[in-house]
Write a protein that binds this ligand. Structure first.
Ligand code: PMP
Length: 301
């Protein structure tokens, strides 16, 4: 990704793509003091740009990093970035990290940086008919008592990377992870939904990210009269569901064909939700309630 044309927004100014570099002695690289966002632009406009900017600032704050940019400044930077790079359907990647001023584990005196890159993403809608095969990962999501699960923090992605690589080695596309109490949480980079009797069932976000796409889908489903239940789900519940899909900014609505040995053949509600989602992301005037950044309190038992 480093050798491309275009510009990257870096600490408030636009730099040539190939010159958006940092030093190897960067605190964020060594101790994972880094947070990021994953966003999509559709037809030239970032979907829920304010919510993603709010979450970036929130995530940074959870790691004690104060950003010198407001939500509005970040939203404006993303819009200008798309325009300068001539992008319409794109992925947008803001990242915040501690710099190279200090190398101590403590963050006293360390500098905070923010960059935003964007590149073309014009993939077609995920194939809903075939769906992807998931396994249940051995690696578990850490509890809220160990990590700020409501932050989109780079350090948490070490687990996602290991779980996804292990799933791929076994011939699966991705993995579902459990939390400290054995509850189903999410896939390595997207949230998890099931369907039974026309209703959506999804794990409560306690020890995992309450995704913005997840909140979008819940809102759209309820608006369309599809009941949504959020509660604790366990691997043994999987066999009771007729459909399963993943939801995320990148994943959009991705049909799941199987988890381990359990096969989901129906796609009726998955197709419906996918249609609602794709209409919403392109509907520029659409109202969405502000995304919830901090999950309800859930104990790790
Ligand atoms: N969980 C994880 C671990 C993720 O990486 C993502 C993608 N950001 C999600 C859930 C979905 O979040 P969002 O809908 O905000 O993209």
């Amino acid at each position: 990704y480093a050798n491309r044309d275009g510009v990257i927004w870096f600490d408030g100014a636009f730099r040539p793509w190939r010159e958006a570099n940092m030093h190897v002695l960067t605190q964020g690289l060594h101790y994972a003091s880094s947070v990021f966002e994953g966003e999509r632009a559709y037809e030239g406009q970032v979907f829920r740009s304010h919510d993603h900017a709010r979450r970036l600032i929130h995530s940074a704050g959870r790691l004690g990093m104060e950003l010198p940019f407001s939500v509005d400044a970040l939203v404006a930077a993303k819009a200008e970035l798309l325009s300068r790079n001539d992008l319409r359907d794109a992925y947008v990647r803001p990242v915040v990290w501690r710099g190279s001023n200090e190398m101590d584990i403590s963050t006293d005196g360390s500098d905070v940086h923010c960059a935003i890159a964007a590149w073309v993403w014009a993939d077609p809608t995920p194939d809903l008919e075939n769906g992807i095969a998931l396994t249940v990962a051995d690696w578990r999501r850490p509890p809220r008592s160990s990590v700020p699960t409501d932050a989109k923090a780079a350090g948490l992605y070490m687990i996602s990377t290991m779980a996804k690589d292990e799933a791929r080695r076994q011939g699966y596309s991705d993995a579902v992870m459990l939390d400290c109490a054995g509850r189903l949480t999410e896939a390595t980079g997207a949230n998890l939904f099931f369907v039974r009797n026309g209703a959506l069932h999804t794990p409560s976000p306690g020890h995992f990210l309450n995704g913005i796409a997840r909140q979008t889908v819940i809102h759209l489903a309820r608006e369309a009269g599809i009941p949504v239940r959020e509660y604790d789900l366990f691997p043994q519940d999987i066999r009771d569901f007729s459909e399963c899909f993943l939801v995320g900014t990148a994943a959009e609505v991705t049909a799941v064909a199987s988890i381990g040995g359990h096969v989901f053949t129906d796609r009726t509600v998955t197709r419906w939700v996918s249609t609602l989602y794709h209409q919403a992301v392109r509907d520029k005037g659409r109202y969405m309630p502000a995304a919830q950044l901090v999950p309800a309190d859930i104990d790790c038992v």
